[in-house]
Ligand binder design. Structure first.
Ligand code: HEM
Ligand code: HEM
Ligand code: FE2
Length: 459
């Protein structure tokens, strides 16, 4: 650790990982309800489980991004974080908000109350007071990080990271826009959901990947920066108007079918560029970094994001295709691999890199961590295939043959059992990852080790 305040990241990463465990457990329960429909239906109905699953996903990913910023900004800016106290207050707000959300959802309290009860919109179900808390936490964060960068060295990596995080916070303000008119409501709703994952979050992804490549492969900063600018430009050029792929059937004018189809198809480019970038950097790199697990996660992230977001996104993004596949299991297949590949793996990559440094321990349980990568990624890829098959059958029966939703669902249990099995593999992978990160490796201390530890090889 080069700067004392980088250790703030440890608290953020730990909280994020706890929520990650909650998230996948929720997923597993939701997957079980698909095959045993009345499971827990009295105490914890499917809609609540689903909310816990998706909301904890978003919160832990964002907490991880905050942690990543607290970890890498001091190194990029070459100075300590402006105010560690504010950083911990910000985390406390996030923790209190999260506990509040869980209680509100599980006990379904204050129904219908804007400030205290849950909101009805997917991903934005959190009560008003929690939304305000999120804004407060985001403001504290932006102030703290911007002050750090403004007073220190300015690099392309930290600038792009900050633009991404500012965008994340500003777009969240649309969570407060909730017009009566359902078409307008949906139009703004996608500003948060789509412009996040297919816009500003891509800037966060590109900058964190760039930082990792710089550290892990030792290529020149100028080369990394050139790639970064191309990725950022193509991401924003395609992603903003690409929102149109959600405007096909919500009552917006017909021209969105063309704008959405054309620009969202171009969204494949930045994801392809990120994958190419990662591999070219490894190929050109001069450094043989000891943290192989971090490199595996970084390459896995770029690759799975390309397939999950790029390929599986393109699969149903043309309006002629989406007319049939809209809202089927095809969407769920894409949603899972895109979120996992792009943002889950990104977080796990930076954590795998940073945690040994934060705990000042050299490469820890690397092999277990890599096993966790294969188990988790294998599980998610299998789940994606299964859901894609289920979605194809569903699309045919429901949208081509015109059968009703419930009788089509009755045809799918075999797929849904396999998805549950895939989910079990993912959960085991997560447990293995937590073990690899938190439990110290049993090591025989060799003579002369003290000298070698003076400089932590993980840095
Ligand atoms: C890190 C891994 C995971 C990520 C990133 C993730 C992400 C998501 C997302 C984004 C959704 C909403 C999908 C949509 O609206 O199209 C969702 C729903 C769901 N997920 Fe996951 N999930 C993960 C793990 C799991 C696991 C392990 C299971 C276990 C079987 C699971 C089962 C489900 C189920 C059943 C739903 C509800 C689908 C529906 O409403 O029909 N997920 N997940
Ligand atoms: C990492 C980036 C991405 C993530 C995390 C992501 C995630 C998701 C999720 C969770 C949904 C379901 C939303 C809902 O209905 O509630 C969705 C829908 C969709 N995504 Fe993505 N996506 C990403 C990138 C892309 C890209 C690059 C494309 C196109 C090339 C794309 C095309 C679509 C389309 C067409 C839908 C609508 C599906 C429908 O009509 O049911 N996505 N995405
Ligand atoms: Fe989208």
């Amino acid at each position: 650790m080069k700067f004392e305040t980088q250790k703030i990241a440890f608290a953020y990463f730990t909280f994020a990982l706890i929520l990650f465990a909650v998230q996948v457990t929720g997923g597993l329960l939701a997957g079980l309800v698909y095959v045993i429909p009345n499971f827990l239906s009295d105490i914890l109905p499917f809609n609540i489980i689903r909310m816990l699953h998706t909301n904890s996903l978003i919160v832990w990913l964002i907490t991880g991004f905050f942690g990543a910023a607290y970890f890498l900004v001091p190194e990029e800016a070459e100075r300590e974080i402006h105010s560690p106290l504010l950083a911990y207050i910000q985390l406390a707000i996030l923790v209190v908000g999260t506990i509040g959300v869980v209680i509100t959802y599980v006990f379904n309290i204050f129904e219908g109350n804007w400030l205290l009860g849950k909101d009805g919109r997917e991903f934005l179900e959190q009560p008003g007071w929690v939304k305000l808390g999120i804004v407060a936490a985001a403001l504290i964060f932006l102030y703290n990080i911007s002050m750090t960068v403004l007073k220190g060295r300015k690099t392309a990596i930290s600038n792009i990271l900050i633009v991404g995080l500012w965008g994340l916070a500003l777009l969240f303000l649309f969570a407060f826009v909730n017009p009566e008119n359902l078409a307008l409501d949906k139009q703004y709703w996608w500003y948060v959901v789509h412009l996040w994952v297919e816009g500003v979050w891509e800037l966060i992804m590109a900058s964190i990947l760039a930082y990792l490549m710089l550290k892990l492969t030792g290529v020149d900063r100028e080369i990394v920066e050139k790639w970064l600018y191309v990725i950022v430009a193509t991401a924003l050029f395609s992603g903003i108007l690409g929102t149109g792929h959600h405007y096909y059937w919500i009552g917006t004018p017909g021209y969105w079918q063309w704008i959405g189809s054309i620009f969202s198809s171009l969204e494949v480019i930045p994801f392809f560029a990120m994958m190419a970038f990662a591999f070219v950097m490894v190929w050109k790199g001069r450094r043989d970094h000891p943290n192989k697990a971090a490199l595996l996660w970084a390459l896995g992230c770029a690759t799975l994001a390309f397939f999950g977001a790029g390929v599986w996104g393109f699969l149903h993004t043309l309006h002629g295709v989406n007319y049939y596949t809209h809202g089927t299991q095809i969407t769920a297949a894409h949603g899972h691999l895109a979120f996992f590949g792009a943002y889950v793996a990104l977080n796990l990559a930076i954590m795998t890199y940073a945690m040994p440094i934060l705990k000042n321990r050299d490469p820890y349980n690397q092999v277990l961590n890599m096993a966790a990568f294969w188990l988790m990624s294998g599980g998610m890829v299998f789940m994606t295939f299964v859901l894609t098959f289920a979605g194809t059958v569903q699309t045919h029966l429901q949208r081509v043959r015109g059968e009703d939703y419930m009788s089509v669902q009755a045809e799918l249990p075999l797929f849904m059992w396999m998805r549950f099995g895939a989910g079990v593999a993912v959960v085991l992978g997560v447990l293995l990852f937590l073990y690899a990160i938190f439990v110290p490796k049993k090591e025989i201390i060799k003579p002369g080790k003290q000298v070698a530890e003076a400089t932590n090889p993980a840095e």
